[in-house]
Write a protein that binds this ligand. Sequence first.
Ligand code: 5AD
Ligand code: SF4
Length: 433
Amino acid sequence: MNVHESEKLAGILEQKGYIKGQDVNNADIVVFNTCCIRESAEQKILGNIGAIKPIKKKRKNMIVAVCGCMSQQKDMASNLRAKFPFIDIVFGANNVEFFGEYLDTYLEQKKFLNKVENDKQYLENATGVPFVRDNSLYAYVNIMYGCNNFCTYCIVPYVRGREKSRNPDEIYKEVKTLIDMGYKVITLLGQNVNSYGLDGSTKGVYFADLLENIAKMEGDFELRFMTSHPKDLSDEVIKVMANNDKISKSLHLPVQAGSNKILKAMNRNYTKEMYLNLISKIRDAIPNITLSTDIIVGFPGETDEDYQETVDLLKQIRYHNAFIFMYSKRKGTIAEKMDNQVPLTIKRERIHNLLDIQHQISEELFKNMVGTIQRVLIESFDTKFYQGKSQCGKVVKIENNYKSKIGEFYDILITDYLKGNLIGKVYNGRKEN
Ligand code: 5AD
Ligand code: SF4
């Protein structure tokens, strides 16, 4: 989400005549697009803003702006300004579209501008803003903003507000333009894409309809989406995924924890059994699916037994990838006030152990891919090999180069797994859609 919002910020700047800089020491403007999902992200940003101080001292006219979800937190704009008096503009994650106007106001008044507005989501303006996408093959498209789930550890609903779905026709238009421009992988974005339309704003178009209608569009492209909340992933969505070749057969389905006690304390609204049942349903419908997940270790009250249930779940499900985080206390969330916080040493122990276990599972699964045929988008050529990525994001190096073309999908027969990369051969020439 943040990466995509940065593409919007870059678009606004380009429209105003700025060009992308190579060296911050010569910049006319520096924009920090922040994230506050975990404390480590905030620390990193604070360090980076601090590093600008000596540059700003030399370049008095350089404009420093800070935006994103971190600045959206209560009192953060004034706290940031107190800590870093050289910041010129602060605005929130929900009003990125208006950066151009803020910039004009600042240039006119040359006075610190605080434009964090907590009660607004300027969604309707989103479509008019240009994007500057770094990558020419992969494109993100927002389909909804905000989140209603209030998982007890998570700050997102507080900083990004309630769920709001974008108009489906605007989404179709944007996706069609991207396909016509030659983008090959379209990723639909939302904090909880499965509740698309549930706010009643899309005239009865729900996520399954959106997926199906986009998958029917002409062109050689692949459709992905993130993120899905397990409690909302419907049978219809599974069916649409199974029935449409253009929809990626890779699914990110955050489980967060394996213990029902912890899932309840997290307010996830599903049990381990419900999650496992969902996975079975998905695997029955789409046998070649690759799965990934998010896990939090060390949530308040997590005992060794609870943690062991997460370990067991990971071993049972066998995800191709898992993003594993130590629980991080976020201000204003319900879990912040829970009194049974887990000590850092235990969190560290658990994360290292779980990363090792997951690494082993991933290695086994990728080795098992040898002999299978994977759909791969060729991205680049480096002296010897064409290379691309499989649907689940794994790098694939192509041995028989002669037919490959960057930006095209190929069926690749996987011949080896070496040092974290899949090796393969173009199987049957170009895959026809
Ligand atoms: N601490 C640790 N991880 C978190 N996530 C969200 N909030 C926190 C937190 N307070 C993780 C969840 C989510 C992912 C995007 O970030 O696993 O799925
Ligand atoms: Fe945060 Fe839960 Fe919403 Fe995901 S679903 S953004 S973890 S509150």
